[in-house]
Structures are given as structure tokens and as C-alpha cells.
Design a protein around this ligand. Structure first.
Ligand code: AMP
Length: 466
């Protein structure tokens, strides 16, 4: 990690549902969003009189025991958060929802994304406010709480133009649940209906899990306020530009989620099919690095006519290798995570799909596992273009110097990972597979064209690089 200020890509959930067990529903909603963050989790509830909050380090199921849910359950509104950040910032003070006070009362906030001007805002506010965490979520909460306004909507409307970057938010006040999406719509947020109540979630898979019906996405720049009177929507800062993170489509979101009307499973299958068209090869078997690349593997197999099979068996109880605190642990993680099916792979020419190469830790280890299992050729196919630029908007993707495609050409990467051949999906192929116009997306990790200036952050990266 390059700074102590965490970059967060997280899962957020909110519910307003009188008569429902809102704490437990939030717990299950967070369970469905666990893939978006495994570092800490938290739930805040309101019963109309006051707020209760419980946060802890670890997975959702490690943080909450039955008594916590019973205690939190005296209410009809709740928000929840699963947090994903990187080393140095993994501490309980940074767990969300976090709570701040304002002239309108108490406010709890959970955020997904990263605000790039958070440290500047923090410096401005420090003389009058003591920060308890190093998160930009606390900066956002404080900007909202300290903005002038006779209602929460007023405050949020005034706060949004001061925030630059990615922020999908769920907010809890004594009487209301509020959803906010940044004007560029970088991180997803959707709205659903549950037995006369309302639900907000980072991804539609969480709505399915709690039995809510998907209604629509919260629009970029929209503020949705839900209270006893129903739902009100206000458009805050409106931007002509749209910058939905394309990495949500490639890797981050769950394949059974729907984003911008596209089912991710099908988009990923199409990425695999497109790869088969861009990089065909003679082979005996298509396999995929589980779980994230399986839809792309199926797509490649269908398009090429080469049979698909499971080639690596994944231990599903080992967390994402990427999240391990240091490089040595990350390297070990790959072996702990996958076991090759030697009887299926021995002597075979393989096409192996993975969704991305970031630092280049996983792929050479996967290739070497497959070689040891007797594969005669290994043709790696990656359902994303080379990642050459870091993300400042909430997906932890390493510093620029750590990105293997920043340091090496595709041929050099092919040699480094030890594959027989390597093919990355083209940018055009990626956009075509998702099936939405390229102007709708933030493609900065591939192109370096960031939707908002990140020069300051870039300078920091250069200065703080070891
Ligand atoms: P690396 O080993 O650094 O090259 O990372 C690539 C592997 O990590 C791929 O197998 C991806 O499925 C996975 N991955 C890619 N991006 C992320 C991310 N932001 N968080 C966690 N895992 C990731």
C-alpha cells in the first residue's frame, strides 16, 4: 500500500422496512456482497429514536453473532458495509458504517469508492474537526454533516460538488435511509422493493438473496431519500459524462449481478467468445481459473468448439490471494488455493482463461501448477486488456510500478509467466462484449485516461514508491 489513506472498494447495503427484521436482512445482504470486501463489516440501525452500530474485523459471519443481530434489531432502518482495503489501513477505526454528529442529528454512512480529493478536504477541516479514522468515508460524512442545510437532502446537495471521485453511499439518519451515487456513476448502486419496504445494494445479487425485487439502478448524481412518506429522488450534480468502472464487469462484481441492464455472467461469457475470435489456437481442452474466469472459459469453449472442463479445483475457504498482506503470502496463496486435476490435464494442450493479470503473481504459479500436472501446452487467454495504470477510484490494483504490464511488453509477460502463448482481450473487444457504448465507462486502468484529474495522486505514488 502506498499511503495510509485506504482505497476502498466495498459492498454497501441499506433497508427501510417497518415490520421486517432489518438487521438480519442486512446481515444476509452483506453476505451476498462478501466478495466486495473481506476485511471488516458493520451494520447500523435506527428505530426512529436513535442509532445503534456494530462493526468488527473480518468476514460478515465472523463479526456478527446472534446477540448482535437481536440487539441491532430494535429498528426499521439499517445500513451495512463490507470493507476491502489494503495493508496499513486495516484497522477497526476504519470499519464502517461510521457515525458523525451534525445540527440535524446523528448520521451513519457506508461508502463504496474512493474520493481523490479526500486528503485536501481533510486538511481544510482538521482545525475544526477531530478525525477518528484514516478513511475518506469519514471525510465524506463530515463534509455532509457540516454543510449548510435545513434537510439532509440540502446538505448532501451542497456536499456533492465538493467531492471528487467515486462514491456510492448509503446513509442512515434517525428517520431515513438515503442512497447517493457520484455524478460519474463510477461504482454501482441499485434500488429494490421488499414487502412494501425498500432496499439499496451495491449489486443486484444482494437483492435476490434477501428476496427483494430489483427496481432500477440509482442514477449517477442521484440522491434517493426513503422515509415514512415513501421514496423521493433528487438529481444532484448532473454530469454529461458517465464513467462506470469496467472492472466491475471483468472481475469485481458477482456474475449473477445485473449492471446497466447487462447480466455479468453473459458479458463475461461473451468476453471469452471474443477472445476465441481474437486469439484462436489448436488445443484439446479449455479450462478457467476458478471462480471468476469460468464464464469466460465457457464462452471461449463454445465459440472455438474445444471442450470445456474443470482443470483446477479451488479451495473455496481460502480468501482472495490478492488481499493477502504481502507478496510472499500472496505467492503461497496460489498453491493453497488451487489443485490441478492431473488425470484430466496430463499430456493435454490447454487454453487457460483468467480474467486479469495485475501484478503477475497468480498467473506464473497457475502455469507452473499446470505444467507439473503434465499439460503439454498452455495458452493463456486473459479477458481484459493489459492493466497499465493504477485505479484511484476504489479497486485496489497495486501501484503503477507493481503492475506487470507497466513494466513489460506482452511478449515479455508471456515469457515471464512461462506460457506457450498469451492473448489479452482487446479494448474494443471488451467494450463490444459488455454491449454498452465505450463512453459509458471508466477504462483508465487500460488507457490512462482518467475521468477526473488524478495528477496529485499520481505524484504521491511516484514520491512514495519504495
Ligand atoms: P495478480 O496475481 O496480481 O496478477 O492478480 C491477478 C489475479 O487476481 C487474477 O486471477 C484475478 O482474478 C484477481 N484479481 C484481479 N483484480 C483483483 C482485485 N482488484 N482484487 C482481488 N483480486 C483481483
Amino acid at each position: 500500500m502506498i499511503t495510509d489513506s485506504p482505497r476502498e472498494s466495498c459492498g454497501i447495503f441499506g433497508i427501510f422496512a417497518p415490520g421486517e427484521d432489518v438487521a438480519r436482512t442486512t446481515f444476509f445482504g452483506l453476505y451476498a456482497l462478501q466478495h466486495r470486501g473481506q476485511e471488516s463489516a458493520g451494520i447500523a440501525t435506527s428505530d426512529g429514536k436513535g442509532l445503534r452500530v456494530r462493526t468488527g474485523m473480518g468476514l460478515v459471519a465472523q463479526v456478527f453473532v446472534e446477540d448482535d443481530l437481536a440487539d441491532l434489531n430494535r429498528g426499521h432502518i439499517a445500513i451495512g458495509h463490507t470493507r476491502y482495503s489494503t495493508t496499513g489501513s486495516s484497522r477497526i477505526a476504519n470499519a464502517q458504517p461510521l457515525v458523525v454528529e451534525s445540527d440535524l442529528g446523528t448520521l451513519a454512512l457506508a461508502q463504496n469508492g474512493n474520493v481523490v480529493n479526500a486528503s485536501a478536504l481533510r486538511t481544510q477541516m482538521e482545525p475544526s474537526y477531530k478525525f477518528y479514522s484514516t478513511t475518506d468515508a469519514e471525510v465524506i460524512a463530515q463534509v455532509i454533516a457540516s454543510s449548510f442545510g435545513y434537510s439532509w437532502e440540502d446538505k448532501i446537495l451542497r456536499a456533492i460538488p465538493r467531492l471528487q471521485g467515486a462514491f456510492s453511499l448509503v446513509l442512515l439518519t434517525r428517520e431515513s435511509l438515503i442512497g447517493v451515487r457520484d455524478p460519474l456513476g463510477i461504482r454501482p448502486l441499485c434500488l429494490g422493493r421488499l414487502n412494501g419496504g425498500w432496499v439499496l445494494a451495491s449489486e443486484s445479487c444482494a437483492l435476490d438473496t434477501v428476496g427483494a425485487q430489483f427496481l432500477r439502478e440509482v442514477e449517477p448524481g442521484e440522491i434517493v431519500v426513503i422515509d415514512q412518506r415513501g421514496v423521493r429522488s433528487t438529481m444532484g450534480t448532473v454530469s454529461e459524462q458517465r464513467s462506470l468502472c469496467v472492472f466491475e464487469f471483468i472481475y469485481f462484481a458477482r456474475p449473477d449481478s445485473l449492471i446497466n441492464g447487462r447480466l455479468l455472467y453473459l458479458a463475461r461469457q461473451e468476453m471469452g467468445a471474443q477472445l476465441a475470435r481474437e486469439y484462436p489456437v489448436e488445443a484439446d481442452l479449455v479450462i478457467a481459473v476458478p471462480d471468476s474466469a469460468i464464464p469466460a472459459g465457457i464462452g471461449y469453449a463454445k465459440e472455438s468448439g474445444i471442450p470445456f472442463s474443470e482443470g483446477l479445483i479451488k479451495n473455496r475457504y481460502i480468501g482472495r490471494t490478492f488481499i493477502q498482506p504481502d507478496q510472499r503470502m500472496r505467492e503461497m496463496g496460489v498453491q493453497l488455493k488451487f489443485n490441478p486435476r492431473m488425470e484430466a490435464l496430463y499430456g493435454k494442450r490447454l487454453v487457460v482463461l483468467d480474467d486479469s493479470i495485475v501484478r503477475g503473481t497468480t498467473t506464473p504459479r497457475v502455469v507452473s501448477l499446470l505444467r507439473k500436472a503434465g499439460a503439454s501446452e498452455i495458452h493463456m487467454r486473459i479477458s481484459a486488456p493489459p492493466i497499465r495504470y493504477p485505479c484511484f477510484f476504489g479497486v485496489d490494483m497495486a501501484t503503477r510500478a507493481e503492475l506487470i504490464a507497466y513494466r513489460k511488453t506482452v511478449d515479455e509477460i508471456a515469457r515471464f509467466i512461462g506460457a506457450t502463448s498469451l492473448g489479452y482481450l482487446s479494448l474494443e473487444g471488451l467494450v463490444k462484449s459488455v454491449g454498452l457504448p465505450s463512453e459509458d465507462f471508466c477504462l483508465a486502468c487500460f488507457t490512462g485516461r482518467y475521468p477526473i484529474p488524478v495528477q496529485l495522486e499520481m505524484d504521491k505514488l511516484v514520491m512514495e514508491r519504495p
